[in-house]
Design a protein around this ligand. Structure first.
Ligand SMILES: CCCCCCCCCCCCCC(=O)SCCNC(=O)CCNC(=O)[C@H](O)C(C)(C)COP(=O)(O)OP(=O)(O)OC[C@H]1O[C@@H](n2cnc3c(N)ncnc32)[C@H](O)[C@@H]1OP(=O)(O)O
Length: 498
């Protein structure tokens, strides 16, 4: 899952989250609106002083974090009719009480052998994603009905080759690709999926299911179908002996184990501006923006090359040691490294390509660094000139620089900052070469060390991480209480979700 959900457009501002202590005069109101296109839209047509007055009445923290000022109070468990019944951490638990890691539910329930009743006129199906026609049906459902930004300007457009990659990782189970069809027309109207993942949460390693691509046709919304789908995928996971899950969402549910923020690095600023993704800062010009985001033609790092099959063992070793530094991270095996990082796309089908992985090999043939990114377009809704924004998303990376046994933490951080800026600087060159319009990244892994320097702009979107039936203390998401990059503390999240 993930971004356009909550207004995923870059504000380009570094101090958006610091608005907390600011007095809202007309100038500040102007600035806030330029940072937040959703608010700007809300207040369109009002004069500056009225906007300032209205903004004063809203809680600044909410503006800063992008959370809705009205609506569901995230502390109010009773309003989560479904989630209040599920084995998840709750908002009404004492904030600072010590949290012992472990399941929320003391005993595993008896698992029903049959699916629960479906809405009349609809029925459960198990999708066979080895069948191209069925894969295409899931693709078409998501293309028309999956995650959009708040103003419905962009919608994720996961390609069929992306779904094939994301949903058929090693150990995948057909029965965790759950669909709902209209009984008469046979049209696919809803979907939810899981894939098996070995997840380490602090000291404990769990076999979990990673839940994603929950989608309900727009005509079937707000009929309480989502809880039915969630209960069905839970049942199917339980039948396989899986009692825990990880999932992410742009909305606040009980209760995030971590919250990261989206950042965006423009690669084609003019296009991003024309489609309404990037604003023009009030103190800049289009020409200055274009110049700001130019990237060099060539990469700089010696020994940088695409990952090959022969690199699997070295990449597994390097990435595993690197991810061990985070509080929550997957534990990959060899097959997973091959699946997630080696592109399977034939040379003549590069337009369907999903993942790119690069390694840095030193003179002794040792791989010292790796980075990867994946392709995920967003449809531009109702734009005549541009149909899609071609976005790359930063995936996993690792560097020996983070793993120097003879150095202090501070020294390592300093070195790592330099190294990651080199690596991501080259990643930008490669993304541009492929033809991406933007590189997106969250504040997870060690991203706080390079986002600003590499000119990523703060987005309005947040990504909340959730664990099902597992309690653990909050994990830093790379942002502070004002939603600004927290370079000092970084993030404990080492799990990248699609
Ligand atoms: C052990 C194994 C366990 C496995 C399961 C682990 C849990 C997995 C959990 C799923 C992880 C998914 C990860 C992703 O894929 S996140 C991506 C979600 N997809 C989209 O945003 C696509 C566009 N939107 C839609 O298709 C629909 O609006 C959806 C399907 C999202 C809701 O449909 P609809 O709008 O028609 O609503 P309803 O009347 O049926 O149901 C309302 C109830 O549903 C709760 N709701 C709304 N959105 C979400 C959400 N994103 N995660 C969890 N719960 C959500 C909501 O709070 C309310 O409950 P409560 O507030 O009353 O309590």
């Amino acid at each position: 899952m993930a971004p356009p959900q909550d207004n995923d457009k870059p504000s380009g501002s570094k101090d958006k989250g610091k608005a907390k202590e600011k007095v809202i005069d007309a100038n500040t109101a102007d600035k806030l609106l330029s940072l937040n296109p959703a608010l700007a839209n809300e207040f369109a047509g009002l004069d500056r002083n009225s906007v300032a007055k209205l903004l004063k009445e809203l809680k600044l923290q909410e503006i800063a974090t992008g959370l809705p000022a009205g609506g569901k109070n995230r502390k109010d468990m009773a309003s989560y009719k479904f989630w209040a019944t599920q084995p998840v951490a709750r908002f009404d638990e004492p904030e600072n009480a010590p949290v012992a890691d472990g399941p929320v539910q003391a005993e595993n329930p008896v698992v029903p052998t049959e699916s629960s009743a479906m809405l009349e006129g609809f029925e459960w199906v198990t999708m066979d994603l080895d069948d191209e026609a069925q894969l295409k049906e899931v693709y078409e459902l998501l293309t028309g009905h999956y995650v959009e930004d708040q103003e419905a300007m962009f919608r994720f457009n996961y390609s069929a080759s992306f779904l094939d990659w994301a949903l058929k990782s090693p150990g995948w189970l057909k029965q965790w690709h759950v669909g709902v069809r209209a009984s008469k027309s046979r049209k696919l109207v809803a979907f939810i999926s899981g894939i098996p993942v070995k997840l380490r949460v602090r000291e404990k390693v769990l076999n979990v299911s990673e839940i994603n691509f929950l989608c309900i046709h727009k005509k079937l919304r707000e009929k309480r179908l989502a809880p039915v789908l969630i209960k069905e995928i839970t049942r199917r996971c339980n039948l396989e002996g899986i009692w825990n899950a990880i999932y992410t969402a742009g909305i606040v549910l009980p209760k995030p184990v971590s919250t990261c923020r989206y950042y965006h690095r423009s690669l084609d600023w003019s296009k991003l501006y024309k489609v309404g993704f990037s604003p023009l800062p009030h103190n800049s010009t289009p020409a200055r923006q274009v110049a700001r985001y130019l990237v060099p033609k060539d990469t700089k790092l010696k020994g940088l090359r695409e990952m090959k099959a022969e690199d699997i063992d070295q990449v597994l070793d390097l990435l595993s040691r690197y991810l061990a530094r985070f509080e929550m991270a997957p534990e990959f095996d060899k097959k997973e490294i091959e699946h997630w990082f080696l592109s399977r796309t034939a040379a003549d089908k590069q337009e369907d390509r999903v993942v790119w992985t690069y390694v840095v090999e030193n003179d002794q043939g040792k791989i010292t660094d790796m980075f990867s990114f994946y392709s995920l377009e967003s449809s531009v809704i109702g734009n005549k000139e541009f149909k899609v924004v071609k976005a790359a998303y930063l995936f996993y990376y690792a560097s020996e620089t983070a793993l120097q046994a003879d150095k202090s933490e501070d020294e390592i951080k300093k070195d790592l900052k330099v190294r990651l800026n080199e690596l991501i600087g080259d990643a930008l060159v490669l993304c541009k070469r492929v033809g991406f319009d933007v590189l997106n990244a969250l504040t997870l892994l060690d991203n706080t060390l390079f986002l600003e320097k590499q000119k990523f702009g703060a987005g309005d979107g947040q990504l909340h991480y959730y664990l099902f039936n597992w309690r653990t203390a909050f994990i830093r998401g790379g942002v502070d209480e004002n939603n600004a990059i927290d370079e000092k503390n970084g993030s404990g999240i080492g799990m990248v979700m699609l």
